[in-house]
Design a protein around this ligand. Structure first.
Ligand code: ARG
Length: 463
């Protein structure tokens, strides 16, 4: 088939025929150029090792080193002409090295392959993202800790089913997110520890007959050790999947906090005021201040979890070792990482800037019979009533308050004694929201003293 007939069959934007289509599907340079710094770092480590083991001369290694540094500065200055015909970042860099230093450039690929090269580059890139995620999560935790410390004893309603349940403290609610993010932090750290083995020197799939020193390149690139099986080393993308898995859970946490901020900043709740810096106005309704940043963060889980699913599907069923399918690993991870970092930064800004509306929180904390459990507990403690009976008596009192249109602390002692004659004045001590939260001193409970302990523990852990 000539190009001419191919054109007529396929037409459209691939005017140049099958060669252009092949280049378009095959080339990854459009996105893998992001890994240029990692690619050059890997090549520098490899070149130094080839010289140290006597595989190439010191002169050639020095020429490679200088050439690679020149290429890095060209790329950083935006002066590098990436070529799709050269497929990917690895071949673009090598071709430019040939322009710059000539024949010795051809010796750089001794004892390695693009398969271990791309695995190394991608691992280094993902490792940087794990570090950035660790920093980003900690920054957000610090912002939440500051909120928690300030409002350790501010009361607010705690919810189950989004219905008023029991009073809690603002600090306690903030610290719940600190705990979630603390698990994210440990997942990112854990993934980093497990992934930190070097694929470089696994070569195409079987290792190499050259007397390379894999421990030397591993060390130069900050890996803990070389990966122990060359087939696995070139075909493993678990590290990217673990990053995406941890990122998905973290993004899910961010979406929950976002949702609360959206609800809390509404006119119906007024629990928080978000700063203008993280809100927008409406083009038509002058009164509006929309929590756009929170809404966008709430949505980020879509693409981040999407990337997780996509890469899992790419890897599913692939035989050992490298297959070109694996070139489809990068764009999704790049996008997920960019958006996770952005979401973490935006959430950190939003949490740092927001102000809790203490009177609104306190007013809401007392409504909805939120201290009914405290009343039942008092009946158990003061009257030695079985909890089930106390629950029943409390239910009757709530019904009376509902009929009278008041809250539990507004009932009279006569109302109380009408339901159970042994109830005394002492019951009113437990019906206030401040007493309620102060009494919940069990480990992990909402009492301000417990909250302050947790704030101190996390401040220490993050310092
Ligand atoms: N651009 C390729 C990728 O991202 C590099 C590895 C190519 N290896 C090969 N055997 N064709 O996966």
């Amino acid at each position: 088939m000539t190009d001419q007939s191919a054109n007529q069959m396929w037409g459209g934007r691939f005017a140049a025929g099958p060669d252009a289509i092949m280049e378009a599907i095959n080339a990854s340079i459009g996105y893998d150029q992001r890994m240029a710094p990692q690619d050059i770092a890997g090549s520098r480590a490899h070149a130094a090792m080839l010289a140290a083991t006597g595989i190439i001369s010191d002169t050639d290694a020095e020429a490679m080193r200088e050439g690679l540094l020149t290429i890095l500065s060209e790329i950083e200055a935006g002066q590098f002409a990436f070529s799709a015909a050269l497929e990917d970042i690895h071949m673009n860099v090598e071709a430019r090295l040939k322009d710059l230093i000539g024949e010795p450039a051809g010796r750089l690929h001794t004892g390695r392959s693009r398969n271990d090269q791309v695995a190394t580059d991608f691992k280094l890139w993902v490792r940087d993202q794990l570090d950035a995620a660790i920093d980003g999560v900690q920054a957000l935790m610090r912002a939440l800790l500051a909120q928690a410390e300030q409002g350790a004893d501010w009361v607010m309603p705690g919810f189950t089913h989004l219905q008023t349940a029991q009073p809690v403290t603002w600090g306690h609610h903030m610290m719940a997110y600190v705990e979630m993010l603390g698990r994210d932090l440990s997942r990112f750290r854990d993934a980093r520890t497990r992934m930190n083995e070097s694929p470089l020197g696994a070569a195409a799939l079987a290792g190499t007959s050259f007397p390379i020193d894999r421990a030397m390149t591993a060390e130069a690139l900050g890996f803990d050790r070389p990966a122990a099986n060359s087939l696995d080393a070139v075909s493993d993308r678990d590290f990217a999947l673990e990053f995406l898995g941890a990122a998905s859970i973290c993004a899910m946490h961010l979406s929950r906090l976002s949702e609360e901020l959206v609800i809390w900043s509404s006119a119906q709740f007024r629990f928080v005021t978000l700063s203008d810096r993280f809100s927008t106005g409406s083009s038509i309704m002058p009164q509006k201040k929309n929590p756009d940043a929170a809404e966008l963060i709430r949505a980020k889980i879509g693409r981040i979890f999407g990337a997780n699913v996509a890469l899992t599907m790419v890897m599913k069923g692939l035989p050992l070792a490298y297959s070109k399918d694996m070139q489809e690993d990068k764009e999704q991870v790049f996008d997920a990482a960019d958006n996770l970092m952005l979401a973490l930064a935006a959430m950190t800004g939003m949490v740092s800037d927001m102000s809790a509306n203490r009177p609104a929180l306190e007013a809401a904390a007392g409504s909805g019979f939120s201290t009914a459990t405290d009343l039942a507990d008092w009946l158990v403690r003061a009257l030695n009533m079985p909890f089930r009976d106390a629950h029943h008596v409390t239910g009757s009192l709530v019904a009376i308050a509902e009929r009278k249109g008041c809250d539990l602390p507004d009932l009279t002692l006569a109302d109380m004694q009408g339901v159970h004659s042994a109830i005394t004045e002492g019951v009113f001590d437990v019906l206030g929201v401040h007493n309620s939260v102060a009494s919940r001193t069990s480990y992990g409970g909402t009492a301000p003293v417990r909250v302050r302990e947790q704030v101190a523990r996390w401040q220490e852990a993050l310092s």
